[in-house]
Design a protein around this ligand. Sequence first.
Ligand code: SF4
Ligand code: FE
Length: 484
Amino acid sequence: MALMTGEEYIESIRKMNMEVYLFGKRVDCPVDDPILRPSLNSVRMTYDLAQMPEYQDLMTVISPYTGQRVNRFTHIHQSAEDLMNKVKMQRLLGQKTAACFQRCVGMDAFNAVFSTTYETDQAHGTHYHENFKKFMTYVQDKDLTVDGAMTDPKGDRSKAPHAQEDPDLYLHVVEQRPDGIVVRGAKAHQTGILNSHEVIVMPTISLGPEDKEYAVSFAVPVDTKGIFMIIGRQSCDTRKREHTEIDVGNSEFGGVEALVVFDDVFVPNDRIFLNGESEFAGMMVERFAGYHRQSYGGCKVGVGDVLIGAAAVAAEYNGVDKASAVKDKIIEMTHLNETLYCCGIACSAEGYPTESGNYIIDLLLANVCKQNVTRYPYEIARLAEDIAGGLMVTAPSEADLRDEKLGPVIEKYLKGRADVSTENRLRILRLIENLTLGTAAVGYRTESLHGAGSPQAQRIMIARQSNLNHKKALAKAIAHIKED
Ligand code: SF4
Ligand code: FE
C-alpha cells in the first residue's frame, strides 16, 4: 500500500474504536473533540509533509525490507546519515507544528526493539526478531502510527516491581497461554497513544530474574479489548472549547498524553517481542531512551525556532527590535537552541551498527543532548517571556477584543507600534504564552525535563559511558606519573 495522505490518516483513526476518557466522560468521537483534535493535526503533519516533493528525501525512504517507499517514522535506521536525517525531520516538524507531533516514540521503539530482539534470539533461541520484523513490515506497508509505551506508574520507587504491594504498578504477564499471553498494568504519560493505530509496550527499567513476569514487550492495536486511556489535563486546555483562535495561541496544533490501562489484555504469540528474558529488559530500555534523547535534539529545536521567531516578532511590534539588549537576547536564544541541535546531530553522526545491522546513536552524546534539553528550553522560554513583557499574561480575552464597547478601548490602549494592529500584537503574545505556559508548555518545558527520562537518568548514563579511567590515564601520562 502507498503512503497515506493526511486525510486518509485522520479517517483511519476515526474508524478505530478506542476507549478514551476526558473530564470523567467517555469521548464518543475523539477525532472531532475540540480539545483532542489539535494533537491529531500534529501527527497528520507527518503524513502531509511526506506527500510533498520538496520534503520527500527527508520524510520518506525506501525500506530495505519491503522495497517500497515508506515514511521515515516507520524506518529502521541503516546508516549514520539516516540518524541525522531523523533529527532534521524532527526539527522540520517542530517548526511546522510548534507542538509535539508524537509519532517519534514509535520510531524509537521500532529501532530499540529491532536490535534487542535480535540479540535476545541469539542468546535464547527465541523467535522475537522474526515476530518483530513481521509487525514492522505490516506497519510500513500500511503506513501506521505506532505509540511506544515504556513508563510504568512505578509505585514505591525504592522497591523492585515484584516487591510492590500492588503487583500491577509495573505492567506484567498474568497468564501464559498456548496461543499467547495476558497482560495487566498501566503506562503513564503516553504521548500520542490516542492518535496511534498500534502500541509497542516495553519494560520501564532493567530487571532481575525475580522480575521475569515484568520482562515483557509486545505490540497490539490501540483499540484492543481491555485497553482504555484517561487523557491528561494541560494548562489552559479548556480554552480550546471556547471557539477562540487568538486565546489558544496555536489553534491548529497540539500534543496529548494519557494514562493507558491494560486491563487483562490478550497478546497473540506472533506479537510478543520479549517474555521473561529479564536480562534483556535493560538493553531495550537503554536503547529506546537513547534514541528518544537524540530525538529531543530535533523536535525541541524546531519548536524553539518558532519561539525565537515569536519573540523577535513581539520585539518588532513593540518597536524595540533594534535595541542592543533585545538583539543580544535573541542571539543567546539562538545559541542555546543551536547547541541542542549540535548535540542531536553529533550523537547521530557518531552512530554505529548494532549486531542486528540497524544503526544506534552514540549513547554518551545522546544523553548529553537530553541533559542540555533539561535546561536550555527553560532559558529560551525565560528570554522569550522577558522580551514579550507582562502583557502575554495580562491581556484581555478575544471575546473582549470583539466586543463593541471594549474592542476599540483594547485596540487603543494595548497598541504597540502605530502600523501594527493590536490584534496581531495579541496573537504573537498568545503564541508565546502557549509555548511557555499553555498547552504546548507540556511538550516544550516539563517534557524537556522529564520526557525520555528525568535529568538524573541521563547523569547515570553519562557516568557509565564517560570512561573516566581513560581520562585519568591521560592525565597521568601527561604528568609523568608512574604508580607502583
Ligand atoms: Fe517526538 Fe519530541 Fe513529541 Fe517525543 S516530544 S514524540 S521526540 S515531538
Ligand atoms: Fe517525549
